[in-house]
Design a protein around this ligand. Structure first.
Ligand code: ADQ
Length: 499
């Protein structure tokens, strides 16, 4: 990045959570990979994070002051965008979470295309643009995150024409037949084409985006792809948008360091002591219908029925993290999961063995790392996922390098990790059961070899690599600066490499 370039990060949420105590506001710093990776860059360069502070209360002077006080902790500026209750409901609850989230994850039947949600989404995107425009200086570089803000650049361009603007989509981009269902399909694509760079998690997503632009906007835009990068030319304005692939990473060294702590090692040992002579198969998922939790349980049940000798030798520890959305179908999903856990335990439990240990709660970091460290196998079974950070975190925390990663071929992470993880189709219960069996039987030398390679890969392309590559590509906009990424089709490559 040029020395004078200030970084402006825009995301739905600020990196602090504002909570009301009796008569004051308390700011808790946000955690997670994105904040960890971007905070040092923002502190070094100077920069601002624009986002919603997570409350629908009116922006009183006291609330504003408390947010500004949090700047002393973060070390960089925060610019809040306030939302009222109705805006939170339609922009966040309906448009982002009941339209874009299901559609972009191939769950079109769960979409409710409520017309009133569009107007609010537009208005909130315009407000984000207004707050950003008000603080922009000529050399600033604006980096917008995720599906809540697909239209922000469109509004910002009207206020600040030539400013460099980039966008990263953390979730998948849908295939053209699904995208076509959106009543606002053209506006959303045109919104994205106002960015100079649009980044995706996997080739699959970039390819879908390029096809959508070609199918819907061919009258004005010309689409050309070279390797992992697509260049879209706006014939009317003589402008270009680059679309590239930047698989997000984790703070690998941070996970290794924290997992090596004596307190985590002790917890890990203690956890496994409850499962003597048993392999732990671990699942860690947010409560979400995209994560394939019921199918994972079905596959485990199938494995226990088919291979009775597994009784007493394996335990599935399934941790479900309460979801951010309190919607009826999340309740339904929870009930479905709990019914399945009950059925499996009812069918197979013995006095000395319970086949599924189920936790529905948010784990503290230390406990999560201890589970990662101690489990012999991690299984992530999403029907679709932008990346799936849990898979990468598990590998980073496997300090002994004896674990196995079992991964859905529809997770973005599969494109990067398919050579050394065991992949499966999450819709194929029998195939998933066979993958579980294969992982349980994998001899130690193979486990080590695979895990070492997975960890090398995840270490090399960590979240700091991700930030550097994205910023470099965004600022130089030369094809040579874009990562070249494996193209991956489920069902093709791993057959060639594994068998
Ligand atoms: P998510 O859908 O949230 O992210 P994922 O990538 O699996 O999915 O990340 C979950 C995160 O939650 C992990 O970092 C995990 O450590 C964390 N976590 C686990 N237990 C927790 C707990 N108890 N409390 C709080 N956090 C916990 C979206 C996309 C993904 C994409 C990421 C990043 O849906 O596909 O990988 O963004 O781009």
């Amino acid at each position: 990045m040029k020395d004078t370039t200030r970084l402006i990060i825009v995301s739905n949420r600020l990196p602090v959570v504002m909570e009301r105590t009796q008569d004051a506001w308390r700011a808790t710093p946000g955690s997670g990979g994105l904040v960890t990776a971007l905070a040092p860059v923002l502190r070094d360069r100077g920069g601002v994070w624009v986002g919603w502070p997570g409350t629908v209360e009116p922006p009183t002077a006291r609330l504003r002051e408390s947010i500004q006080a949090a700047v002393r902790e973060t070390g960089y500026d925060l610019a809040p965008v306030f939302l009222d209750r109705r805006e939170k409901r339609y922009y966040y609850g309906v448009f982002a979470n009941e339209i874009l989230w299901p559609l972009f994850h191939d769950f079109a039947s769960r979409c409710s295309f409520a017309p009133e949600a569009w107007d609010v989404y537009e208005a909130v995107n315009a407000r984000f643009a207004g707050v950003t425009a008000a603080l922009l200086q000529p050399n600033d570089f604006v980096w917008v995150h995720d599906y809540h803000l697909l239209r922000m650049a469109w509004h910002l361009r009207r206020e600040r024409g030539g400013q460099p603007l980039a966008f990263f989509l953390h979730i998948p981009f849908p295939p053209v037949d699904l995208f076509l269902k959106l009543p606002w399909r053209r506006q959303l694509l045109e919104g994205l084409l106002e960015y100079d760079l649009v980044g995706f998690q996997a080739q699959r997503d970039r390819r879908h985006f390029a096809r959508c632009v070609h199918a819907l906007c061919n009258d004005r835009y010309r689409v050309q792809t070279s390797g992992s990068t697509t260049v879209i030319e706006d014939r009317e304005l003589d402008r270009r948008t680059f679309a590239g692939v930047f698989p997000i990473g984790i703070d690998y060294d941070g996970f290794v360091r924290d997992t090596a702590a004596a307190s985590v090692a002790q917890r890990a040992w203690y956890l496994h002591e409850h499962y003597p002579e048993r392999q732990i198969v671990l699942g860690v998922d947010r409560l979400d219908y995209t994560k394939g939790i019921p199918e994972k349980l079905e596959a485990y049940r199938h494995a226990l029925r088919r291979w009775p000798e597994l009784a007493g030798k394996v335990t599935l520890v399934q941790i479900v993290i309460p979801s951010r959305w309190e919607l009826a179908h999340y309740e339904q999903l929870k009930r479905q999961i709990e019914r399945l856990v009950g059925e499996i335990n009812g069918e197979f439990s013995r006095p000395d063995w319970v086949p599924v240990h189920y936790h529905y709660r948010s784990l503290g970091r230390e406990e999560l790392l201890a589970y990662y460290r101690t489990a012999e196998i991690l299984i992530a079974a999403p029907w679709k996922d932008g990346m799936n950070l849990v898979a990468k975190e598990y590998c980073a925390c496997d300090l002994e390098e004896r674990g196995v990663l079992l991964l859905s071929e529809f997770a973005g992470a599969a494109a990067q990790l398919h050579r050394h993880a065991i992949l499966f189709n999450p819709h194929d219960i029998v195939g998933m059961a066979e993958a579980i069996r294969r992982a349980l039987d994998l001899p130690e030398p193979q486990r080590r070899q695979r895990m070492r390679r997975l960890r090398q890969n995840i270490h090399k392309q960590d979240v700091f690599w991700w930030v550097d590559r994205f910023l470099q590509a965004a600022l130089q906009r030369r094809l040579a600066d874009f990562p070249v990424v494996d193209d991956f089709y489920p069902g093709a490559r791993e057959l060639a490499t594994e068998r």
